[in-house]
Design a protein around this ligand. Structure first.
Ligand code: NDP
Length: 283
């Protein structure tokens, strides 16, 4: 084996499974970290249609991959193929990061919740003691509600098109010291009027022509967060015009990647390098 082959054999492989995968910023984020820390590692995209998920997890085991990110539509389904799911991820009901332990077990984690909290902290926003309105009740909303609960938000209100989904999520996280309640999304205008932080987690806004999913009459003075990071959504544009502080989902993307890196390597993630590499790749 020559020098180059030895280097390649020692190379740690990380990556992401999803479908369709298209252009993902995750490679740029993680490879910036490997560069900064001088690691012999690579991050690859593994497009995985739903019917191939079981085989993909088998491959992750067989090839000895160190860690894998999981994105749409596999975050829930992948849990049944793992050896263990961390308690916090099980409560959220979704895994976005798989860690291979030293003894070869595959353990599922969720770094979206921590990524959300850290992205707000970067902007000087804390959820402790705040009233939080969440629009949407899908997988991302579950991570946001878990984060708001863990951060000791005073109250959480979930507004969703499908009320039963919002109710199920509210029931999972409500507690005597922190009511979590569910409403139809049509009630969002008045129902979120006195909430301090509004978090937009629906997929409305992914298309540039999408109008905000909720009225923004009461947005002035609030903090508006949209998990979508591309394009800039009407929710944030109009909210900003009305005097809200606005935060897009790019920070959550970077920090969930940083926390995945920490779980896989035990190293402190070089967040600033990851942040700028992602911005450069986004252009
Ligand atoms: P899901 O498919 O699990 O949930 C989608 C949500 O959007 C549901 O609440 C759904 O309502 C709602 N919705 C969809 N269409 C409409 C509509 N026309 N009007 C009102 N509500 C609608 O998706 P995820 O939760 O996984 O992802 C949601 C968004 O969050 C995506 O845009 C994704 O890109 C973003 N995201 C960003 C992350 C980041 O790191 N920045 C991380 C994860 C996600 P219903 O229940 O009624 O169908």
């Amino acid at each position: 084996m020559d020098d180059k082959q030895e280097r390649n054999a020692a190379q740690a492989v990380f990556g992401i499974i999803g479908w369709p995968l298209g252009h993902t910023l995750s490679s740029a984020l993680h490879e910036a970290a490997y560069r900064k820390l001088g690691m012999n590692a690579v991050y690859s995209a593994f497009p995985t249609p739903p019917e191939s998920l079981r085989d993909a997890v088998r491959d992750i085991r067989a090839k000895g991959l160190r860690g894998i990110n999981v994105t749409v539509p596999h975050k829930v389904a992948v849990m049944s193929f793992l050896d263990e799911v961390a308690a916090a991820a099980a409560k959220i009901g979704a895994v976005n990061t798989i860690v291979r332990t030293a003894d070869g077990r595959l353990v599922g984690h969720n770094t979206d919740a921590a990524g959300f909290v850290l992205s707000l902290a970067r902007e000087g926003v804390s959820l402790a003691g705040r009233r939080v309105a969440v629009f949407g009740a899908g997988g991302a909303a579950r991570a946001v509600v878990a984060a708001a609960a863990a951060e000791k938000a005073a109250e959480i209100r979930i507004f969703n098109r499908t009320l039963s989904r919002a109710k199920e999520l509210a029931d999972a996280f409500t507690a005597p010291e922190r009511p979590v309640t569910a409403f139809p999304i049509d009630d969002a205008r008045d129902g979120s009027a006195d909430a301090d932080v509004w978090v937009q987690t629906t997929s409305v806004g992914l298309s540039e022509t999408d109008a905000p999913p909720v009225p923004l009459d009461h947005a002035a003075g609030k903090t508006l967060v949209d998990l979508i990071y591309r394009p800039r959504t009407a929710f944030l544009i109009e909210g900003g015009r009305r005097g809200a502080k606005v935060i897009d989902g790019y920070g959550m993307l970077v920090y969930q990647a940083a926390e995945a890196f920490r779980l896989w390597t035990g190293l402190e993630p070089p967040v600033e390098e990851m942040w700028s590499a992602g911005l450069a790749a986004r252009k």
